[in-house]
Write a protein of this length. Structure first.
Length: 190
């Protein structure tokens, strides 16, 4: 659900300028870190739809959204209700990425490298998945459809691929040290 959380500052106009750089994603991750979890798993699509520039978001959508359309051809028959619903969901993602601005843009996908930076920035360290888990995932993927694959990147993050192109990733995180104190809430100036 983090990709539905805005990345832009969400401070209302009546909050003083010194508090206008509040980033909701960072605030949420800091709150999670403050809970001192044993482990946190992040699973997300590996695309970047956060650019402020519509041309960059259009380019990202073009470079990424062909994958679900191509994949659906391999496992859902044309004309079926399930395929129609799947294609509608993909079309919504494209429209959201390129036609909506600011807080009207509901979904903001980020690449795994950005998520890694965010997680480390709030005090988590990456934990690799065991070979048994990787093997089990690979065998499940192999059973379902040719074209899908699983790899482990240099950071020990699992990546689901379609015809060699990264689609989504799964990463595991543990607290790097005791949680930092949560910042005091900003006073509202009315």
């Amino acid at each position: 659900m983090l990709h539905f959380t805005p990345d832009e500052s969400s401070a209302p106009p009546n909050i003083s300028q010194s508090h206008s750089n509040i980033v909701p994603r960072t605030m949420f991750l800091n709150a999670l870190r403050g809970l001192d979890p044993t482990i946190l798993i992040v699973v997300e699509e590996d695309a970047d739809f956060t650019a402020c520039n519509v041309v960059e978001r259009l380019r990202a959508a073009f470079n990424y959204m062909w994958i679900p359309f191509d994949a659906v051809d391999s496992f859902l028959p044309k004309g079926g209700e399930q395929r129609r619903r799947y294609e509608e969901a993909v079309c919504w993602k494209i429209e959201n990425a390129i036609a909506q601005e600011g807080l009207e843009r509901v979904e903001r996908l980020e690449t795994r490298s950005k998520w890694m930076q965010r997680m480390r920035g709030v005090g988590f360290r990456g934990v690799g998945f065991g070979e048994e888990a990787v093997g089990e995932l690979k065998s499940m993927v192999d059973e379902h459809s040719a074209g899908w694959g699983v790899k482990k990147d240099e950071e020990e993050i699992l990546v689901l691929t379609w015809k060699g192109h990264d689609v989504l990733f799964a990463s595991a995180w543990m607290p790097a040290a005791p949680p930092p104190p949560l910042p005091a809430p900003a006073p509202l100036i009315l």
